[in-house]
Design a protein around this ligand. Structure first.
Ligand code: GLP
Length: 266
C-alpha cells in the first residue's frame, strides 16, 4: 500500500472541487489523504462516519497511515451515522461492529470517543418506546456541532437511513426501511438475521455539519449519483438535498461518475 495521497494544505480550497472524480485505483487513497488533512487541521475533529462497502477502503488506508504514524484520530470524536434494529450485539452486519472492525478497533491510538446508537436492551430484547427514544436522543446529541460528515448513497438514494420520503428537516429517528435496504443487511453485509428497521442521524443534522463529503464508487452507483447531482432536489432521492450544503464535496470514482453530464463541475 503506497499510503494516502496527501494533498498540499495550502492548495486546499482551490484543489478541492465540489465534485472530485478520481480513477478507481486512487479513490480511497485520495479520500483518506483529505481526511488526514482535516485531522491535522483539527485534531479534535468531530466527524460522523458511515459504514458499508464504499468507505471500507478509505478506512484501510487511514489505519495504515495511523500505524505509520502519519495520522492520528486519538483526539477525534467519531459519531456513527446509522444503525440497524433487530440485530444482536456483535452481529457482523451491525454498523457499530463494522466500524469497529474497519477502523476504530484497528487504530493503535484509538479515538477520543466513538459514539454509537445504544440499541441493545439489557436483555437483548428489541428496543421500543422510551428506550428507543432515548437511544435516538442520545445519538442526536452526539451529532450536534459536527465538523465533518461522510456519507455514502444507497441504491435508492438514501443517505444514512434517510430513505426516500425524507426531507431536509427530517430529524434523527427510528425508521422503517425499504425491502431492498433490509435485504442488503443480510446479502451484502453478512447480517445473521433480517433487521426490523433502522436508526439514523437526520438529514437536518447532516446538513447542519460544517462540511459534508458524499462518497460514491462503482458503476452500479452511476445512475443514482446522476439523479442525486443532476436531477431535481426531491424526497424521492434524499441524497439530492445534500446539494443544499454550502461545503459539499462529492468524491466519486470514474465508474460512478460516468453518467454525469459535466464531471468536475457538479
Ligand atoms: C447502507 C447504509 C448507508 C450506506 C449506504 C451505501 O444501507 N445505511 O449508511 O452509506 O447504504 O452502502 P454501500 O457503501 O455498502 O454501498
Amino acid at each position: 500500500m503506497a499510503g494516502p495521497t496527501r494533498p498540499a494544505v495550502a492548495a486546499e480550497e482551490s484543489a478541492i472541487a465540489r465534485l472530485e472524480v478520481l480513477p478507481a485505483s486512487e479513490w480511497a487513497r485520495t479520500v483518506a489523504g483529505w481526511l488526514i488533512v482535516r485531522l491535522e487541521q483539527r485534531p479534535d475533529l468531530r466527524v460522523c462516519l458511515p459504514t458499508g462497502d464504499t468507505p471500507s477502503p478509505v478506512y484501510a488506508e487511514l489505519v495504515a497511515a495511523e500505524w505509520m504514524e502519519n495520522a492520528s484520530l486519538a483526539g477525534a470524536t467519531v459519531v456513527l451515522l446509522d444503525e440497524w434494529l433487530g440485530l444482536a450485539p456483535g452481529d457482523p452486519g451491525r454498523s457499530d461492529v463494522r466500524l469497529e472492525d474497519d477502523l476504530v478497533g484497528q487504530l493503535q491510538g484509538g479515538v477520543r470517543r466513538f459514539a454509537r446508537f445504544a440499541v441493545d436492551g439489557p436483555d437483548g430484547a428489541p428496543l421500543a418506546g422510551a428506550a428507543l427514544a432515548a437511544a435516538v436522543a442520545a445519538q442526536d446529541a452526539e451529532a450536534e456541532h459536527l465538523d465533518l460528515v461522510l456519507v455514502g448513497i444507497g441504491g435508492n438514494g438514501h443517505v444514512g437511513f434517510n430513505e426516500p420520503g425524507s426531507t431536509p428537516s427530517s430529524p434523527t429517528r427510528a425508521v422503517e426501511l425499504e425491502p431492498t435496504t433490509l435485504e442488503g443487511a443480510v446479502a451484502r453485509y453478512g447480517a445473521a438475521a433480517r433487521p426490523t428497521g433502522g436508526l439514523t442521524l437526520g438529514l437536518d443534522r447532516i446538513l447542519a455539519a460544517g462540511e459534508v463529503w458524499l462518497l460514491v464508487t462503482g458503476e452500479h452507483k452511476a445512475a443514482i449519483l446522476r439523479e442525486a447531482l443532476e436531477g431535481p432536489e426531491t424526497s424521492a432521492c434524499p441524497a439530492s438535498f445534500l446539494r443544499r450544503h454550502p461545503r459539499l464535496t462529492v468524491f466519486a470514482d470514474a465508474p460512478a461518475a460516468r453518467l454525469l453530464a459535466a464531471p468536475g463541475q457538479a
